[in-house]
Design a protein around this ligand. Sequence first.
Ligand code: KG4
Ligand code: ZN
Length: 344
Amino acid sequence: MLGIETSCDETSAAFIEGSGENVSLRSLVILSQDVHRVFGGVVPEIASRAHLTSIVPVVSRALSDADATLEDVDAIAVTSAPGLIGALLVGVCYAKSLAYALGIPVTGVHHMEGHLFGTSLEHADAVPPFTGLLVSGGHTLLLDVEAWGRYRLLGSTRDDAAGEAFDKVAKLLGLPYPGGRHVEALARDGDPGRFRFSRPMVRRTDTAADESFYAFSFSGLKTAVLNAVRGSDDLERDRADIARGFQDSLIDSLVEKTFRAARLHGRRRIVLGGGVACNGALAAAMRARAGEIGGVVFVPSPRIATDNAAMIARAGLFHLERGECAGLDLNAYASQPIPGLIAA
Ligand code: KG4
Ligand code: ZN
């Protein structure tokens, strides 16, 4: 299966082999578009054009890295939603053309379902049933994964995504874009006791009947950081402490909600996905509480946590094996709910 991902600012292709849960990753190529750095964020038009020039060499490289040729490709999976529409269209048009030329099936994959599958490429036990936390630049989703293709959406963010909060706080602290890993590095030297921001949407009195029991919200935390930055008379001295206070608060909120979900659904596995899963402090905080559910926390490596085509190929294989393949009228959508949702 050839996977293709062009939903944001990474042009990626991957080649996987196998069936069922027995899948091996033969190659993965990720070309990150550096150009957006100067703008402090992704410029959609530039992203689309960069995908257009990179897609053919990226796919060729993924095939040659796997010692494969186009004849070895049995099917193609491509991210068809959600994402930047112009960027998605490049991948979808390319995938459909290639599938048509080779006479093989093509299937559209939801980017967040890809993140849900990604971790299983590296950890054979990161499979359902589990509690999934997907934390990226655009999404924060807490899911109960009963089986592949059967997801209960328990919580999501009411405003900013977790990665978006990291990126905005990075900007406030004068750090480059994307800022997640820079905030993490700065927070490492920070004093956890100096800036104690309240934990968003977490109260000791919360019960499962509350609407906000599993919900996230990070814009208030971002404003608290802004006020701390403005109120500082020596930002050089305070920067690391503010970064630490912010990160501790955000992580506490993610961890608390994830363990509520695991406990109440009797899950003994927690699977993280999305770019924020690269955060070592988040992984450590999750693992520190694993004993509570008598279970394990699975964390993907950075290349599988961030946007990549291997996770798209893996999710695509699942759908194809269920006989779900798209026609040549496969379209791209900027936003779309994750497929397979069942009542929470
Ligand atoms: O999943 P991803 O690669 O792209 C999206 O689909 O959005 O996630 C990118 C996000 C960015 O917001 C970035 O700042 C964040 O992941 N990120 C991190 C870290 N590494 C990347 N956030 C916190 N700590 C990190 N180490
Ligand atoms: Zn992503």
